[in-house]
Design a protein around this ligand. Structure first.
Ligand SMILES: [Zn+2]
Length: 92
């Protein structure tokens, strides 16, 4: 799998995400109570997330048509200690 731009792979659940926003959306629970975890596939789908034909989770089905949501507003991504740190990203 080639990772470009904001595309990343979660070190926790090994799923691929099309953007930091999508990655962030699949994380749930409280940092402070040690409850931070990944959503499973059913939970991601329940949130409206879909996996694109290229195998990357995206935040909304409207982004399916060859677009991605990586260029939406820049968001700070929280670091999940229990997820091995930052999502895997290529060195720019
Ligand atoms: Zn995950």
């Amino acid at each position: 799998m080639r990772l470009t731009g904001q595309r990343n792979q979660c070190r926790g659940c090994k799923e691929y995400f099309n953007s930091n926003k999508a990655f962030d959306k699949h994380r749930t629970g409280s940092f402070h109570h040690g409850e931070r975890r990944c959503l499973n596939v059913q939970e991601m789908e329940a949130k409206g997330m879909v996996k694109s034909s290229s195998g990357f989770w995206i935040t909304e089905p409207r982004l399916m048509n060859g677009q991605d949501d990586a260029n939406d507003e820049t968001e700070e991504i929280e670091i999940d200690e229990d997820c091995g740190g930052e999502p895997t990203r290529p060195v720019v």
